[in-house]
Design a protein around this ligand. Structure first.
Ligand SMILES: [Zn+2]
Length: 142
């Protein structure tokens, strides 16, 4: 594992948001709370911004798929993608780094920076069985 801390960089994160009025959690965050209609103001000028918290850790696999037709530049035959549910009920999709996925399996969600597509790097979810942070398949050196 690379320790980005020595360069002053932060660990990549993906955030969920919580409505300050009714405490409902969202990912991704809406501009209006579906439960109490409270407004979210990312600028914090008109209304207070909502509480944000990192979304990662234990989760359960809801569904998954194997994508065979990868864009040019990938040197593996397929990638796995999954949708998971966290204990707080939030759902997210991302790269599934598991050999034999099955529905309902317990996973751990990690966040990694991915620069495999054109444009600025983006933070993506990686879902794995082990408690060790996986590298995205295409970034592995093996
Ligand atoms: Zn609310």
């Amino acid at each position: 594992m690379i320790d980005f801390g020595i360069y002053g960089a932060q660990e990549p994160r993906i955030f969920a948001y919580r409505c300050p009025q009714c405490h409902t959690a969202y990912y991704p965050p809406p501009m209006l709370c579906a439960k109490c209609s409270n407004r979210r103001d990312p600028s914090g000028i008109v209304y207070d911004d909502w509480e944000k918290f990192p979304l990662e850790g234990a989760c359960k696999l809801l569904t998954w798929t194997r994508v065979w037709a990868l864009p040019e530049g990938y040197d593996q035959p397929y990638l796995l993608f999954g949708m998971v549910e966290f204990p707080n009920g939030l759902r997210a999709s991302g790269r599934l780094e598991v050999e034999s996925p099955h529905l309902g399996m317990e996973l751990i969600a990690w966040v990694a920076e991915s620069s495999e597509r054109p444009g600025h790097p983006v933070n993506i979810f990686l879902f794995s069985e082990a408690a060790a942070r996986p590298l995205p398949t295409n970034l592995r050196c093996d």
